[in-house]
Design a protein around this ligand. Structure first.
Ligand code: PLP
Length: 397
């Protein structure tokens, strides 16, 4: 008998499954608004010029492929700390570890919470990125959900969120927050909302776990950190998971970080030592190349300026596409009001399209959208906006 004969096939990843169907679709006018990567006007996910230049320099200057330390490169860690926290927190209270992507950081965070903080439960928003509950489940960290998306499916249910955290969470539980550009809804708290959220977190002594995968894709690098820094004004402990997949376009290089903020330097060092132990038994130490690219860019003024320009171009392209989609839908004259898309941030939005409409878009128009109606705005293009909007209008009428 084969021992693997007992292994059951795992369910496929629904979004990646859509991409397979998209790739197999022979229609030359097909559009993919499902996957979570940035695309330019030609539908490509480009390597940034700043990244290419940094890579050239690295190839010339690299002298060794020896291991990095368990927590990664010193300069890189300092870059992350500055980008995430600015001057908000004394450096001695922050332990930053370079991690393989935001996902790697989240898994280290989950293992840390599960092993070091007994009886901790983490509260996650409904909806959230599908990998959040999956990662926490893999780490055996108990989860509960708090309300996030309003009944209109286009705005934040702040009262519901605050009530769940205040009334249902236990004192000392953890709460997962999206730092900006909430995936999948695109709905972020306003600055005033963040103040109210921060107050409940402080009152209930909740541990914020902030997933920061889109810094710079919402309102800009500094502006996108306002929510996180508002929370940190109220509490002295937090964990932040950074990803540079989107804002440096470094998806496959696996570049991220986990930053733990402790109340004092001593507790910070103890926590760092445990985080390192988790890394050691998991992937041992982080990959060098992607982190070295980021560190090279941020160590050089002109490369930093170029990267910021490129990031800004990605951000403004997404905003322009949102505007263009709203206007084109309006111009169909059928009363379609998508103006809520203008209040949402980042690559994703909940379009409000039903599963049936999503199905029809796929079968009749070769337009691929996730069943929940989440669209990747960056997958749109100006040149094909009319085609897209005609198709959307036809399935809505
Ligand atoms: N968190 C959220 C909300 C995301 O959308 C993503 C990527 O899609 C990640 C984390 C992790 O990104 P990565 O592991 O590719 O850096």
């Amino acid at each position: 008998t084969h021992r693997f004969s007992v292994v059951q096939t795992a369910p496929p990843d629904s979004i990646l499954g859509l991409t397979e169907a998209f790739n197999a679709d022979p229609n030359p006018d097909k559009m993919n608004l499902s996957v979570g990567v940035y695309k330019d006007e030609s539908g490509k996910t480009p390597v940034l010029k700043s990244v290419k230049e940094a890579e050239k320099r690295l190839i010339d200057s690299e002298t060794s492929k020896g291991y990095l330390s368990i927590d990664g490169m010193v300069e890189y860690r300092e870059d992350v700390r500055r980008m995430v926290f600015g001057d908000a927190i004394a450096g001695e209270r922050v332990a930053v570890l370079q991690a393989p992507g935001g996902t790697g950081a989240l898994r280290v965070a989950a293992d840390f919470m599960r092993t070091q903080l007994p009886d901790l439960r983490i509260w996650i928003p409904t909806p959230t990125w599908a990998n959040h509950p999956a990662i926490f489940s893999a780490a055996e960290l108990p989860t509960s959900t708090y309300r996030y998306l309003g009944a209109d499916r286009t705005s934040l249910d702040l009262p519901g969120m605050l009530e769940d955290l205040r009334e249902n969470a236990a004192t000392g539980d953890a709460v997962l927050l999206h730092g900006c550009c909430h995936n999948p809804t695109g709905i972020d708290p306003s600055e005033d909302d963040w103040k109210q959220i921060a107050k409940v977190i402080a009152d209930k002594q909740l541990l914020p776990l902030i997933d920061f995968a889109y810094q710079g894709f919402g309102d800009g690098l500094e502006q996108d950190a306002v929510g996180l820094r508002t929370v940190l004004e109220q509490v002295d402990e937090a964990i932040v998971c950074t990803s540079f997949s989107k804002n440096f376009g470094l998806y496959s290089e696996r570049v991220g970080a986990i930053s733990l903020v402790a109340a004092d330097a001593g507790e910070c060092e103890a926590a760092r030592s445990q985080l390192k132990r988790i890394v050691r038994t998991n992937y041992s130490n982080p990959p060098r190349h992607g982190g070295a690219i980021v560190a090279t860019i941020l160590a050089d003024e002109s490369l930093t300026a170029l990267w910021k320009e490129e990031l800004e171009a990605m951000r403004t392209r997404i905003t322009a596409l949102r505007e263009s989609f709203v206007q084109t839908m309006e111009s169909t004259g059928k009363g379609y009001d998508f103006s809520f898309l203008l209040r949402q941030k980042g690559m994703f939005s909940f379009s409000g399209l039903t599963p049936m409409q999503v199905d029809e878009l796929k079968s009749r128009h070769s337009i691929y959208i996730v069943g929940s109606g989440r669209i990747n705005v960056a997958g749109m293009s100006e040149s094909r906006m009319q085609t897209l909007c005609d198709a959307v209008a036809s399935v809505m009428s």
